[in-house]
Write a protein of this length. Structure first.
Length: 165
């Protein structure tokens, strides 16, 4: 089985060419899509496919099949940018409505199996407290989505990005 690397980012389109050369699939969190409506259709009626017909309709499948997920996000008080968070919200269909135990905790059953790395590259000004929040969030997201490990890197300047992808 081949390893698939997906990069989800909130950068402007001028970064697309650089990013596309570093991954198998790319999702641009550009805000040009609807927010999740919480209908759970991607869980039940049409598994892993959002009912909304926009650029995120297949995001569950793209993210669910990633062995390595790299998220590039602007820091927003120790959390993902709203555009990235919106994409992650729309990807709930990577799991099923059924539950199982992972790491002695209850989580949803994975639709696509286990993955290797949940990596977050955070850009912009950030405090030590916000860094800790990001590390915790990435660790919890990785466990919930079936990733073996998480990694968080912090950069102030986007010029540092290319070598980290």
């Amino acid at each position: 089985m081949s390893k698939t690397k997906v990069i989800l980012h909130d950068l402007d389109r001028s970064y697309d060419a650089m990013i596309e050369g570093k991954c198998d699939r790319m999702l641009a969190a550009d805000g040009k899509y609807a927010p999740c409506q919480g209908c759970f259709g991607c869980w039940t009626k049409h598994p892993a496919q959002c009912k909304m017909k926009d650029c995120l309709q297949q995001s569950c499948r793209i993210l669910g099949q990633a062995d390595e997920l790299v998220i590039v996000t602007r820091n927003l008080y120790g959390e993902y940018s709203p555009a990235v968070k919106n994409v992650l919200d729309r990807s709930i269909g990577t799991s099923t409505p059924f539950s199982t135990y992972r790491g002695r905790q209850m989580h949803h059953t994975l639709r696509y199996g286990k993955h290797a790395l949940w990596k977050v590259i955070v850009w912009g000004e950030i405090t030590e407290a916000e860094k800790e929040t990001f590390r915790y969030r990435a660790e919890r997201n990785a466990i919930n989505d079936g990733y073996e490990r998480s990694e968080v890197l912090f950069i102030r300047d986007l010029a540092e990005l290319e070598g980290l992808l």
